[in-house]
Ligand binder design. Structure first.
Ligand SMILES: *[C@@H]1O[C@H](CO)[C@@H](O)[C@H](O)[C@H]1NC(C)=O
Ligand SMILES: *[C@@H]1O[C@H](CO)[C@@H](O)[C@H](O)[C@H]1NC(C)=O
Ligand SMILES: *[C@@H]1O[C@H](CO)[C@@H](O)[C@H](O)[C@H]1NC(C)=O
Ligand SMILES: *[C@@H]1O[C@H](CO)[C@@H](O)[C@H](O)[C@H]1NC(C)=O
Ligand SMILES: *[C@@H]1O[C@H](CO)[C@@H](O)[C@H](O)[C@H]1NC(C)=O
Ligand SMILES: *[C@@H]1O[C@H](CO)[C@@H](O)[C@H](O)[C@H]1NC(C)=O
Ligand SMILES: CC(=O)N[C@H]1CO[C@H](CO)[C@@H](O)[C@@H]1O
Length: 666
């Protein structure tokens, strides 16, 4: 039935997440690097490397001026928060990503989120996705072997390939314990396949366990795909969804089972999260959804992937998209303006209703993304431009999706279960995009973002201005072109207020790789998360911030962006530091752990991690870390310093956990 639906319906835009290894063959005519053709391992580590697209013809003009005002001009976005970019973690892989249980958290995950909070002040994470829809909260004792979550693979019929999930309160405690270490708040979803009655146990339990760290409950995930996937009759439309939302509120109000006794969850609904699979946002707004449920709707939401890899992932018989052919479509600013244009009416509508609108789940392509695109440097530029374009377009947040081992697009991937004793995490290009976008927006909650239409609107060299509290503070410059000759580097000649407010020098941080095809080892201001299996979630290497002297006669600052690359230009030192958000808390992987840690990152590299601000910060354990070997005392000192940990009896996992016994699929 699913396959038929794939063929017959506009599922191309649906957000299907793969749960079972799709057995994907090497794709199309891509110029696979050595070994890729024979590669049979998990998609997350597929070595396929594409050819970078040729230099466009005509090439972008190599020099352009940016004459910027010091105050906020018309057309700038609404004020954006430092938690704008977050992550959406497929519920079925939450026990690989967050931790094993509430007392065994994944240190790399904590570090990755701490990096975000340090720059943005706080971070938002959704646990959900397709797998939330059939998830049942059961007593811990009902799940064997002390696990907190299990996939019931007997329930998989081969249609949606989404196994029903069973999880215990321990998952919610694990989330709560994470929030007790970091300013991290959560989204959850209400299972929506069955509405008569709804299973609302996740609401009551999360209210008591997570309290204010629970921001909102997703009321239906991609309801416009329900009929295609066989969960609703073919007549199911926006008015039916409107009615089910009413049923939900009625059942919560009835409160026979004490679902929401304090009425705390009632105003925390989020919807409609449609996937652009037949319903437009306007179709939903026109049911009067927002006015009728105004007091219940904490956020409005949509989900959107620009394309899909479903034909290859599920062998549907539909034409397989060749990654090499579509690679250039990800490497242009036009991709984002085109994708977001249909939502501008809705973000304007949301403003008139006093609501915030979120891009609740997105990534490069549904059905797992593309080998060589989703996991290469081009996706970092893509994700960064996309994030800033969503901010410019008056979205109020965006969550990049995290699947499992069997997808290409993960921002971060824990090692396969049986490799966690000798492998660390793999940090993908989308995480770099999220981190750098967060640093660009900053923690003030007053940041306004403006697409400058730079370089005559050239689609390969977009630029943004970022204003804080009404004043220009940073400029973001992109170069999507790959050209090692240097001939395609571009230079922005920046002046502020006709030169009268041009600084005498600016600081620049670069996001760089040799090519848009490069896999791993990208650098942000000289620091990196390394290649496959090399990261504990902290940047390594010495931070390298470039100072550019400005021309005080011409009153201009010329900043060059390599091809390919991204530059974040800080117009004052106050706008520079990434430490303006939450305290820079990092977690040593040598803290109490049950597995040996033989990370491939050199100790000497780790010793200089965390950039310039690290060592002076009393909360920063990472800067003390001189060794990643088993039994290091540095990590233990970090443990003692946090105080609160001792009482919790928290242990920390380095890898995905050799102790994890995940059901099926990889
Ligand atoms: C968490 O998992 C670890 C490793 O399997 C186990 O030793 C510990 O007992 C678990 N904790 C709880 C509370 O189940
Ligand atoms: C797993 O799913 C099957 C088929 O839906 C069901 O009969 C069985 O009770 C489920 N098992 C558990 C442990 O929930
Ligand atoms: C914008 O959205 C509103 C609310 O749904 C709708 O009434 C209006 O027709 C839409 N405008 C366009 C141009 O789509
Ligand atoms: C974003 O909202 C602001 C304030 O309402 C408006 O001026 C601007 O045009 C909007 N931007 C877009 C791209 O719709
Ligand atoms: C891990 O498990 C996979 C799948 O069972 C197997 O192919 C692989 O060889 C194992 N790797 C190690 C290092 O044990
Ligand atoms: C920004 O907003 C977040 C989320 O509402 C809040 O926690 C934080 O305190 C705010 N930061 C500032 C500087 O106002
Ligand atoms: C702060 C917090 O939520 N702590 C919880 C950590 O997880 C354990 C269960 O393993 C709970 O008992 C704690 O309350």
């Amino acid at each position: 039935m699913f396959l038929l639906a794939l063929l017959a319906l506009p599922l191309a835009h649906g957000a299907i997440t793969i749960y079972q290894a799709p057995g994907q063959a090497p794709l199309g005519t891509a110029s696979a690097s050595g070994g890729a053709a024979a590669y049979t391992g998990a998609a997350a580590y597929n070595p396929t490397t594409l050819l970078p697209p040729p230099v466009p013809s005509p090439a972008p003009p190599s020099t352009f001026t940016l004459a910027l005002p010091s105050g906020v001009p018309p057309g700038a976005s609404i004020a954006q928060g430092g938690d704008f970019v977050g992550f959406s973690i497929e519920m079925s892989v939450s026990n690989q990503v967050l931790g094993k249980n509430a007392s065994l958290l994944q240190v790399p995950f904590l570090n990755l989120m701490a990096n975000m909070a340090q720059r943005g002040g706080s971070v938002r994470v959704r646990v959900g996705g397709n797998s939330q829809e059939s998830a049942a909260l059961v007593a811990a004792a009902a799940i064997p072997d002390g696990k907190i979550l299990q996939k019931n693979l007997t329930g998989v019929t081969g249609t949606t390939q989404t196994p029903p999930l069973e999880f215990s309160d321990e998952l919610l405690y694990m989330m709560s314990n994470i929030s007790s270490h970091l300013p991290l708040r959560w989204f959850l979803g209400i299972p929506w396949f069955t509405t008569t009655p709804f299973d609302l146990s996740i609401v009551s339990h999360s209210q008591s366990i997570l309290g204010p760290n629970l921001i909102a409950y997703q009321a239906a995930n991609e309801p416009d795909l329900y009929n295609a996937h066989g969960h609703r009759p073919s007549t199911y439309g926006p008015f039916d969804y409107f009615g089910e939302f009413s049923d939900l509120l009625t059942q919560m109000r009835a409160g026979a089972d004490g679902v929401d006794p304090a009425a705390a969850a009632k105003p925390l609904m989020l919807g409609p999260s449609i996937a652009d699979a037949g319903w437009t946002p306007e179709d939903v707004w026109n049911t009067n959804f927002v006015d009728v449920y105004s007091e219940n709707l904490a956020f409005l939401s949509v989900e959107k992937y620009p394309t899909d890899n479903c034909a290859a992932a599920f062998n549907t018989g539909a034409p397989i998209i060749d990654p090499q052919t579509v690679f250039p479509t990800f490497l242009t600013h036009t991709a984002h303006t085109t994708l977001l244009a249909p939502y501008l009416n809705s973000t304007a509508f949301a403003q008139t209703k006093g609501k915030q609108m979120l891009m609740f789940e997105t990534n490069t392509a549904s059905c797992g993304g593309f080998a060589g695109i989703s996991d290469a440097f081009g996706a970092a530029l893509w994700g960064l431009d996309y994030s800033l374009q969503m901010a410019h377009s008056n979205f109020s947040g965006a969550l990049f999706h995290v699947g499992g081992q069997s997808v290409f697009y993960n921002p971060f991937t824990s090692p396969p279960t049986n490799q966690s004793t000798f492998h660390q995490w793999t940090i993908g290009p989308i995480y770099y995009a999220a981190l750098v976008a967060t640093e660009a927006i900053g923690p003030s909650n007053t940041t306004q973002v403006l697409d400058l239409g730079a370089n005559g609107g050239n689609e390969f060299t977009p630029a943004y201005a970022l204003f804080e509290a009404g004043a220009l503070v940073r400029v973001a410059l992109f170069n999507y072109v790959t050209d090692p000759s240097g001939a395609s580097d571009v230079t922005a000649v920046i002046s502020v207020a006709n030169g009268s407010a041009t600084p005498s020098s600016v600081k620049v941080k670069y996001l760089l790789a040799a090519s848009v095809s490069q896999k791993g080892n990208y650098t942000w201001a000289g620091q990196t998360f390394g290649g496959n299996f090399e990261s504990d979630g902290r940047l390594t290497g010495t931070e390298n911030v470039t100072t550019v002297a400005c021309d005080t006669t011409a009153q201009t600052c010329s900043v060059t962006v390599p091809a390919p690359g991204f530059a974040l230009v800080f117009l004052s030192d106050g706008a520079l530091t990434e430490d303006r958000g939450a305290p820079s808390t990092t977690f040593a992987t040598t803290a109490v752990t049950q597995t040996q840690n033989t990370a491939t990152v050199a100790a000497a590299v780790l010793a200089t991690s965390n950039g310039h601000g690290g060592a002076s910060d009393p909360l920063n354990f990472g800067s003390e870390l001189g060794s990643t070997s088993k039994g290091s005392t540095n990590g233990a000192r970090g443990l003692l310093r946090t105080g609160s940990w001792a009482g919790v009896g928290l242990a920390l996992l380095v890898g995905a956990g050799a102790v994890l016994a995940l059901g099926g699929g990889r």
